[in-house]
Design a protein around this ligand. Sequence first.
Ligand code: CU
Length: 151
Amino acid sequence: MRRPVAPLAAALGAVLLLAGCGADGSGSPADLSVSAAYMPQPVSDSMAAGFLTLTNEGGTQDELTSVTSDLGEVTVHETAGGVMRKTASLAVPAHGRLVLESGGNHLMFEKLKHRPKEGEKVSVELHFAHSDPVRAELPVKPATYRPSTGH
Ligand code: CU
């Protein structure tokens, strides 16, 4: 009897479809939002750091590829072994988060047009591999500020 073959093939087909979901865009698209954004008031005239959390409520991974701001040049940095370096992109997993936090991944602002003061807001535009750009405002906090909510 060869009967079981058809259901097995159907099951395999379903598995393949699921596996192909994110790659061919048939999953729900990335749905990105920003929270917990801030910039500690910079202690330098030329450099500043920025932090935020990107949440993806969609079923497809996306990647943060670049950031722009009127304040100056922005690069995305990762911290590994206490050393920070520029990164080409950071993944925002499907149904997941990308956290930029003190001591970890962060936005690096350089060649500042001015030194932001506590109470100001710094606008950034986040660019992604697939999604449309997302604008965010980073309120400038005291230099020693640490978010109290944690993760
Ligand atoms: Cu850095």
